[in-house]
Design a protein around this ligand. Structure first.
Ligand code: IMP
Ligand code: MG
Length: 179
């Protein structure tokens, strides 16, 4: 299969837009079912989740609010393990049912810190909706409540996921390749 160049690395197509949509549709149905009579606040983690969040939220039928937070910890193709704090939170989370929307969980360090920080705002509940998950890289133990895809421990781009800021706009997901 033909590879594409993103910045200075080659990637090959891995998950087609149709399969992506099917995964998003499935978890939207699960959320619609679980939150039918509730009023959740979706907290989308920028930048990576912007496309997943836009697709997911348009399939949500329960009453809900949507907000965005930012929490960057990644540069290049390997996690630096350095964790920054959450910014951009304007809502009162006290007593709210929160659904965190994230593009990918790799080691889980970022999400683990975010969960710890969120607890200090006393939400009624916190669940996680994540597009893709690398079980082999995972170092934590929290539950991912709504997951579209499990993927191998390869670096991927597209559908919001980036390599040094590039590749987020790609409609399919691509994984890194030799050439
Ligand atoms: P974690 O803290 O190791 O779980 O990493 C989470 C963050 O690392 C994600 O929100 C992404 O920004 C980034 N990340 C991890 N794996 C990938 C990947 O394969 N492609 C692009 N970004 C990734
Ligand atoms: Mg992210």
């Amino acid at each position: 299969m033909e590879s594409i160049l993103v910045k200075d690395k080659y990637f090959k197509k891995f998950i087609d837009a149709k399969a992506i949509d099917a995964g998003v549709r499935r978890i939207a149905e699960e959320i619609n079912n679980d939150y039918k009579d509730k009023n959740p606040l979706f907290l989308c983690v920028l930048n990576g989740s912007f496309i997943f969040a836009a697709d997911l939220l348009r399939k949500i039928t329960c009453q809900c609010q949507v907000s965005f937070v930012k929490y960057a910890s990644y540069s290049g193709i390997s996690s630096k393990g350095e964790i920054k704090t959450m910014i951009g939170l304007n809502e009162d989370l006290n007593g709210r049912d929160i659904i965190l929307v994230e593009d990918i969980i790799d080691t889980g360090l970022t999400m683990d810190h975010l969960l710890t920080e969120l607890k200090t705002y006393h939400p009624a509940s916190v669940r996680i909706a994540c597009f893709c998950f690398k079980p082999v890289a995972f170092k934590k133990s929290f539950k991912i409540d709504y997951l579209a895809m499990e993927i191998p421990n390869d670096f991927v781009v597209g559908y919001g996921l980036d390599y040094d800021g590039y590749g987020r706009n790609l409609p399919h997901i691509y994984k890194i390749t030799e050439h």
